[in-house]
Design a protein. Structure first.
Length: 155
């Protein structure tokens, strides 16, 4: 009986985390591509995160990429607050933003996302395998709403 209760408790406690898992968390291809190979050549794109005049932003907030191109997003948080970049479709990021509002301390361990403390840098290597317009956002509650979103156009 105790074993059944323990199994049930683990299942119930694990279920919410499954709801937050990225569909491609296992490294599988997503609608906007797949994790890149850091050992292969990649075009470098610098992306700065910052707050200015009551607004939060990415510089640049629009990036054009060729279908099939591997890109190394060199991220730099020049702001005074933590910021993150989450690559996804607009629908995925808006859904994830709602989950973040309910769980503001959620941390990401996905190849399409990175959180940076102020004055820190990092990188995401990504291969964009499908044409379309995709989103990159800071999903920390309030940041996207304050202007921290951008578009990746894959041609």
């Amino acid at each position: 009986m105790k074993v059944r209760i323990l199994i049930a408790a683990v299942a119930v406690l694990s279920w919410p985390m499954a709801a937050f898992a990225d569909a491609g968390h296992d490294g599988a291809e997503r609608a906007y591509g797949e994790p890149g190979n850091p050992k292969k050549p990649a075009r470098v794109v610098q992306v700065v995160m910052r707050e200015t005049d009551g607004r939060m932003e990415f510089l640049p907030n629009r990036v054009e990429i060729k279908k099939g191109e591997q890109v190394k997003l060199m991220l730099r948080n020049n702001g005074e607050l933590d910021h993150e970049v989450v690559l996804g479709t607009l629908a995925e990021n808006l859904k994830h933003a709602e989950q973040m509002r309910q769980n503001p301390d959620m941390e990401h361990d996905d190849p399409n996302a990175m959180r940076l403390a102020p004055k820190k840098a990092g990188e995401i290597v990504w291969k964009f395998t499908k044409a379309g317009e995709f989103d990159f956002s800071c999903l920390i509650p309030g940041h996207r709403e304050a202007g921290m979103a951008g578009t990746i156009v894959v041609k």
